[in-house]
Ligand binder design. Structure first.
Ligand code: SAM
Length: 351
């Protein structure tokens, strides 16, 4: 059992090659046969937390970016949807800081072909707006919470708002989000002693706790010792809990291996971006708040769509630019050695 649960996922999966885009659209397929149906849209680089692994206070330099306006985001998402994108996730920075987030969600919801509209948030502002977000049309919510200890929360994020965030998870459940995921970035020596507590957190809550490997970005305190692999976590959990593979319908697309403790309401996922690359299954594109398009989390943007958009480019021209970027997508992200040297910040990308 242990071997099967902790072994690496199969290298090449055909799962995404069979995902068909919306009827009538030519799919965004790259040179390696990967079909792109998922867009992550960063709506702002601004954030209200200073997480040590993402946007550490000492490292924050606010780049003076010219940002997409809401109608521009909507126009671009429509173009992506015509090219086969069926799922959009709003991220940031902190997306709930965007003053027009509810309007944006409502307008995106109306776009033909989009089946899933998600959002990833640190939950500081989630609380009572969970219901409004649901009503505006959000279908999937991911919240980030790396510790269940209030004092540790403040050390990690720089803000004493643990109880607000913790409470917002229950408020999101009450608002009726059927797909609620909790992202935990596991950092060796910081919060890796809480893994079993997070598994216990799924006993009565129908949520998916996802353990994410700490990835190196500029000045984000990454060291080799801070990387705790999903395999090590899985072995630690198996010493206490019998994990079984989660039912297929709770498994997300490609990135996480998902299990369940029998009898628990929720599930547990492992996102092993560094130790178990899932590049062969990657179906994602990333549109940054300034209009830059990235085909790989760990590589520089291929193109910025904003100037062409503002110069009056047609949908066809924008689609061409997107296709050119997708066709140049490399088969894998860079090695860990290269990543450590790259100047990039997660809060500018959106995860
Ligand atoms: N502010 C929102 C939030 O906190 O969820 C959305 C943006 S945040 C950049 C998106 C996701 O990226 C979060 O779940 C966060 O934990 C994750 N993330 C940020 N830096 C990371 C790192 N160095 N390694 C792994 N995950 C990281």
């Amino acid at each position: 059992m242990l071997a099967s649960l902790t072994s690496a996922s199969p290298g090449i999966s055909n799962r995404h090659r069979h995902v068909e885009p919306a009827v009538g659209a030519a799919p965004l397929i790259d040179a390696w046969g990967r079909c792109h149906t998922y867009l992550r849209l960063s709506v702002t680089p601004a954030c209200n937390l200073n997480c040590i692994y993402c946007r550490p206070r000492h490292a924050v330099r606010s780049p003076h970016l010219e940002l997409l306006a809401v109608p521009e985001m909507i126009r671009l998402v429509k173009v992506f949807a015509q090219a086969g994108i069926t799922k959009v996730r709003l991220t940031g920075g902190e997306p709930l800081l965007h003053p027009r987030i509810l309007d944006l969600i409502a307008d995106l919801k109306a776009i033909d072909g989009l089946q899933t509209l998600g959002l990833t948030t640190n939950s500081v502002l989630l609380g009572r707006s969970a219901r409004a977000l649901k009503q505006a049309g959000l279908s999937a919510l991911n919240v980030s919470l790396d510790t269940l200890k209030p004092d540790r929360f403040e050390r990690i994020t720089g803000q004493p708002v643990f109880f607000k965030v913790r409470e917002s998870i229950d408020q999101a459940l009450q608002a009726g989000f059927a797909s609620l995921k909790l992202n935990v970035v596991v950092i060796g020596g910081v919060n890796d002693d809480e893994v079993l507590d997070f598994v216990e957190f799924t006993r009565h809550r129908p949520i998916q706790v996802r353990f994410i490997e700490h990835m190196p970005f500029t000045a984000n305190s990454w060291r080799p010792a801070s990387l705790v692999s999903g395999r090590v976590l899985c072995e630690q959990i198996l010493r206490r809990y019998p994990l079984v593979p989660a039912p297929e319908d709770t498994a997300p697309s490609g990135t996480a291996r998902v299990f369940q403790v029998e009898g628990f309401a929720g599930t547990v996922g492992f996102i092993d971006a560094l130790t178990n690359r899932f590049c062969s299954q990657c179906n994602r594109l990333r549109l940054l708040a300034d209009g830059s398009l990235k085909t790989c989390l760990f590589r520089r943007p291929e193109v910025n769509l904003r100037p062409a958009l503002r110069a009056g480019a047609s949908d066809g021209r924008l689609t061409q630019m997107i296709r050119a970027a997708v066709s140049g997508k490399l088969p894998q992200h860079p090695s860990l050695d290269e990543l450590v040297r790259q100047p990039q910040s997660m809060f500018n990308i959106g995860g």
